[in-house]
Ligand binder design. Structure first.
Ligand code: PLP
Length: 486
């Protein structure tokens, strides 16, 4: 492609994107397709000869867009709502143009050093001490995997050299996380060969926070049984309810018991850039590691997850393996950190570029203003439930997530009949709202009850969008349960 053609098509793509963001609200937020439908419209055979860019772009409109669930739609309230932003998109475009594979400092000095600078800025913005340094991975699941691997390396059990299988000298290694912790923690222990049995799920209190007394009892029991506790994962902003584990008390316990403390702040950690919300990370300054996903709530396009740790040395010990062809023969080796020695991947994307552009474009104030507004919208939404009979909140709202359900009373029902009816009703309400194309909600289960979740986190979401969901919910309720909702 000539430079002239590149300019022409590039402008067309940027125009396309600008139009997309202008019209995204008119598109149905949830893809209106059945499984297999997108595949059925695409040729099964690979293209023999090339096609013009215009035709390919037209096919994006014709084939791709109708099969998208639009995460950038202001009515996207499912999971943890997130969104990209213009500086982040430009960063991705430039990164694709540079196409560096940041495996060694020498091969990508800007990528390695921009990563160190942006993560130092982020560390300062969320108030973590200087003893922490950061590294970028793709997702929180992978960040947590590396944190637990470093914790295991710190046990000096020669797992790196001898593995874990067939070893009679190894006790059962224990990782602790609350029963509300993200499933990625369980996947990590599976992937690291520790086995699901090594994860002990600690009970939570009435507000879905880990119970530190129950954690202390679990550790004591495990030690008495000859197991080897080594890591606790505390969550700041759980996935189901955004509850915040009592990290100061957990950090005390980890200090006394000499356990690695990993804080999963994948979603909520970003809120610590807001000065009045900084307290959510209280206690985390005593952690060994912490994960925060800028791709969740810092307006950064997927993917970008940050692992902060004060034990980079252990991460290095667990993952460094340098074959001859990657040895750096010049003298810079001492002064630089080759990020590929701190993880599974060799080649790494230049993710820091988009993050650097996001941080510079918004500044701390700009990011804080948006997160503060998202929390305000969530509190406002929650306040409407307090005044509405037949609805209830099912968890506190510390940040930008609201958990709720419709709960119309009915005479003469057993508790089981009532629970089944409410689960059915709320599931139907969720499907009705999602079928509208104007909003997309997801669900969880709390105390075994089907629970609707509204997560605010999209850069385009305003009070009007939140008010519209409330209206859609009430209309669905009135239609599906005229006696309760009418
Ligand atoms: N931890 C928490 C608290 C989460 O909410 C999530 C995802 O929502 C994850 C971890 C996993 O994130 P990722 O998709 O980046 O692996």
């Amino acid at each position: 492609m000539s430079a002239e053609e590149f300019r022409r098509h590039g402008r067309a793509v940027v125009d396309w994107m600008a139009d997309y963001f202008e019209r995204v609200e008119q598109l149905p937020v949830l893809a209106q397709v059945e499984p297999g439908e997108p595949i059925s419209k695409l040729p099964a055979e690979p293209p023999e000869s090339g096609r013009p860019m215009e035709a390919i772009l037209a096919d994006v409109d014709r084939l791709v867009v109708p099969a998208l669930t639009h995460w950038s739609h202001p009515g996207f309230f499912a999971y943890f709502a997130t969104s990209t932003s213009a500086p982040g998109i430009f960063g991705e475009m430039l990164s694709a143009a540079f196409d560096v594979k940041a495996l060694l400092w020498r091969g990508a000095p800007a990528a390695q050093e921009l990563e160190e600078v942006t993560l130092s800025w982020l560390r300062q913005m969320i108030g973590l001490p200087k003893a922490f340094s950061g590294i970028i991975y793709d997702t929180a699941s992978v960040s947590t995997l590396h944190a637990i691997a470093a914790a295991r390396e710190g046990l000096d059990l020669r797992v790196r050299e001898d593995g874990m299988s067939g070893r009679a000298d190894l006790p059962l290694l224990r990782v602790y996380a609350s029963e509300q912790a993200h499933s990625s923690v369980e996947k990590c222990v599976i992937t690291l060969g520790l086995g699901q049995r090594s994860l002990r799920k600690v009970p939570t209190d009435a507000e879905f926070r880990m119970d530190p007394a129950a954690l202390a009892r679990a550790i004591e029991e495990d030690r008495a049984a000859g197991h080897l506790p080594f890591c606790v994962v505390a969550t700041v902003g759980t996935t189901s309810t955004s509850s915040i584990d009592p990290v100061p008390a957990i950090a005390d316990l980890c200090g006394r018991e000499r356990l690695w403390l990993h804080v999963d702040a994948a979603y909520a950690g970003s809120a610590a850039v807001v000065p009045e919300l900084r307290h959510i990370l209280d206690g985390s300054e005593r952690a060994d590691s912490l994960v925060l996903n800028p791709h969740k709530w810092l307006m950064t396009p997927f993917d970008l997850s940050v692992l902060f740790t004060r034990r980079m040395d252990l991460l290095h010990r667990a993952f460094s393996l340098v074959p001859e062809y990657l040895r750096t023969l010049d003298r810079e080796q001492e002064a630089v950190r080759n990020h590929s020695e701190y993880g599974i991947q060799l080649g790494r994307r230049f993710r820091a570029l988009k993050f650097w552009m996001v941080l510079r474009y918004f500044g701390r104030d700009g990011l804080a203003a948006r997160i503060r507004e998202h929390c305000r919208l969530a509190r406002l939404f929650a306040s409407w439930f307090e005044a509405a009979p037949g609805w209830e909140l099912l968890a506190p709202v510390p940040l930008s997530l609201v958990c709720f359900r419709a709960c119309p009373p009915r005479d003469g029902e057993t508790a089981d009949e009532c629970a089944a009816r409410l689960d059915r009703l709320n599931e139907q309400i969720m499907h009705a709202v999602n079928a509208s194309g104007e909003a997309f909600l997801s669900h969880t289960k709390l105390h075994d009850c089907f629970t609707l979740r509204l997560a605010v986190g999209n850069i385009r979401t305003t009070e009007q969008h939140v008010a519209r969901v409330w209206q859609l919910l009430r209309e669905a309720y009135e239609r599906l349960d005229p006696a309760g909702g009418g």
